[in-house]
Design a protein around this ligand. Structure first.
Ligand SMILES: [Zn+2]
Ligand SMILES: [Zn+2]
Length: 121
C-alpha cells in the first residue's frame, strides 16, 4: 500500500510556494514523486502543521514544478522543504536564509535496519 501526501514547500530558485508530493515507500522512506503550485485561495498554504519526520528522498523522475531542480531538502532551522540542485553542496533556504551543507550518499543504507528475523535454525 502506498500513501501519498503533499508537503507545503518552496522553490529555492524562484522563491514561490510549491507543494511537493511524496509517496511512502515500502522501506519507510518518503519519495518525492511530483510537485504542484499552491494556490493561495486553497487556504493554509503557509504554516502547515502536518509535520512528518522521516527520511525524504527524491524519487525517480521528480522535478520541481517551478524550476528544473530534481532534489529536495528540508531546512533544519525552519523546517521548510525546498528544491535543490542535484549535487549541490551548499544550499540556502528560500524562507529563512539558513545555509545548509549537503552530504550526498550513494544509497539510503544509512537507515538502520531493525527488522528482526524470527527464523530459527
Ligand atoms: Zn524549484
Ligand atoms: Zn529555513
Amino acid at each position: 500500500m502506498s500513501k501519498y501526501f503533499v508537503v507545503n514547500g518552496m522553490c529555492s530558485t524562484r522563491k514561490v510556494p510549491v507543494g511537493y508530493q511524496f509517496k511512502e515507500g515500502d522501506d519507510g522512506v518518503y519519495y518525492a514523486v511530483g510537485s504542484m503550485y499552491l494556490s493561495a485561495s486553497s487556504g493554509g498554504a503557509a504554516g502547515s502543521n502536518d509535520t512528518r519526520t522521516g527520511r525524504f528522498a527524491p524519487g525517480s523522475g521528480f522535478k520541481c514544478k517551478a524550476c528544473d531542480n530534481t532534489c529536495i531538502h528540508t531546512c533544519k532551522n525552519c523546517g521548510t522543504l525546498y528544491c535543490i540542485t542535484s549535487g549541490a553542496t551548499e544550499v540556502t533556504c528560500p524562507n529563512c536564509g539558513q545555509v545548509a551543507h549537503i552530504r550526498w550518499v550513494d544509497s539510503v543504507d544509512e537507515l538502520e535496519d531493525h527488522s528482526n528475523s524470527t527464523s530459527k535454525q
